[in-house]
Write a protein that binds this ligand. Structure first.
Ligand code: ZN
Length: 383
């Protein structure tokens, strides 16, 4: 069984918008309340509260704050589950400590049950009249949950997650090695090169103008809010363009191949580098790898991570000769042993593939390997 996600635009009327604002508010209130409570209790007596305790306390909280009863109770329980997930992600070292939710950021709440699509293709949520929704593609599978969200620019969306059994694509045995970069977004051993569109970079000038205007508006004024929406719209557009581009590439790669070997990037460590952080955020490798995993699961393509310390560039993929004096400036080189001419990046992809297939072994050096990756990136940015 695979999960599939759909995102549809919602058009709530005035009354529905008011009710949704209440739902967002209650969900945010509950999240922040229990986050604060848990940190306070922990600081006091080193006791760790979790979902079970929170759920009990939520009942008494509802007596204190009557208005919490106006919204769907399962949405509030779901908020607590999300908080628990945020905590466990933190303890696994996958995320930062849970942050308080702010009114000015993206708002959302999730409903795990008791919602449906009406016959005229509207979305029916508990305690609300059906909301107009544009279903631009057919929904496949059994609907599991729906998340309602509102972007900072004021657009509403429903994200629907379904579970379905898709027949996997016929096995063609295609395997590729893939390298992610800044100059080119992705390079594969096929060989293929996908350009890096640098969407954020392209909107930077417009964004700067809008941000300057925003900073000049009086706090709390209507004009400031208008300026804020304009800035938010630019960010949203960049994110949409990037997501669209990555959807297309990941779909193509997962449909055409059965195995993709890809370097395991230390993105968090790399973003700390100030010189690089903007460009790395702009290419959004993390989001791309998530999409690959998600689509790989649906279409039957395995994503194999390869340890990043492996010296994929210096090794000749034809005969195994290691060219120690290869510098970052050498985009192409000829192997002195077998005289094969290599494109640097494509050769690296071939090596990644051979490595993940177990043709070649590699023992990691004791030095800090992520630094070398970072240095490579810095040089390829400045060159
Ligand atoms: Zn060679």
């Amino acid at each position: 069984m695979s999960n599939k996600a759909y995102r549809f635009r919602l058009y709530p009327n005035q009354e529905q918008q008011q009710f949704l604002a209440k739902c967002f508010g209650c969900s945010r209130f509950v999240y922040n309340h229990f986050l604060r409570l848990t940190t306070d209790v922990y600081a006091d007596g080193k006791k760790n509260l979790r979902y079970k305790e929170w759920a009990k306390l939520l009942t008494s909280l509802k007596k204190e704050f009557e208005w919490l009863k106006d919204v769907n109770s399962q949405a509030l329980q779901q908020t607590l589950k999300d908080l628990e997930t945020a905590y466990s992600r933190f303890f696994k070292g996958l995320a930062k400590f849970p942050q308080f939710k702010k009114r000015s950021n993206k708002q959302s709440f999730r409903i795990p049950q008791h919602f449906s699509l009406t016959e005229d293709r509207k979305l029916k949520l508990p305690k609300m009249s059906p909301i107009k929704m544009v279903i631009h593609r057919e929904i496949e599978g059994e609907i599991k949950s729906v998340t309602i969200s509102k972007t900072p620019s004021g657009k509403y969306y429903a994200s629907i997650v379904t579970e379905l059994d898709i027949p996997k694509a016929p096995l063609n045995g295609e395997k590729i090695g893939m390298d992610l970069g800044i100059k080119e977004f992705a390079i594969t051993s096929k060989p293929e090169k996908f350009e890096n569109p640098r969407y954020f970079q392209r909107s930077l000038r417009r964004l700067k103008i809008r941000q300057r205007r925003l900073s000049r508006r009086v706090k709390g004024s209507k004009n400031r809010n208008k300026a804020r929406v304009r800035v938010a719209k630019i960010h949203e557009k960049v994110a949409n363009q990037r997501l669209d581009y990555q959807h297309k590439i990941s779909l193509k790669l997962t449909n055409e191949n059965q195995v993709i070997s890809c370097e395991d990037l230390n993105i968090k460590g790399m973003v700390k580098n100030r010189k690089l952080s903007r460009q790395i955020s702009d290419v959004a490798w993390g989001q791309f790898l998530t999409l690959l995993e998600y689509k790989g699961d649906i279409y039957g393509c395995e994503i194999k991570p390869v340890k990043r310390c492996f010296p994929s560039s210096k090794r000749c993929s034809n005969c195994g000769y290691i060219k120690e004096d290869l510098t970052l400036k050498d985009r192409e080189w000829t192997c002195p042993e077998c005289h094969v001419h290599h494109d640097r990046d494509i050769n690296a992809c071939h090596n990644l593939l051979q490595f993940s297939d177990g043709y070649i072994g590699w023992e990691a050096p004791k030095s800090t390997p992520n630094q070398t990756v970072e240095m490579q990136c810095i040089k390829s940015v400045s060159s």
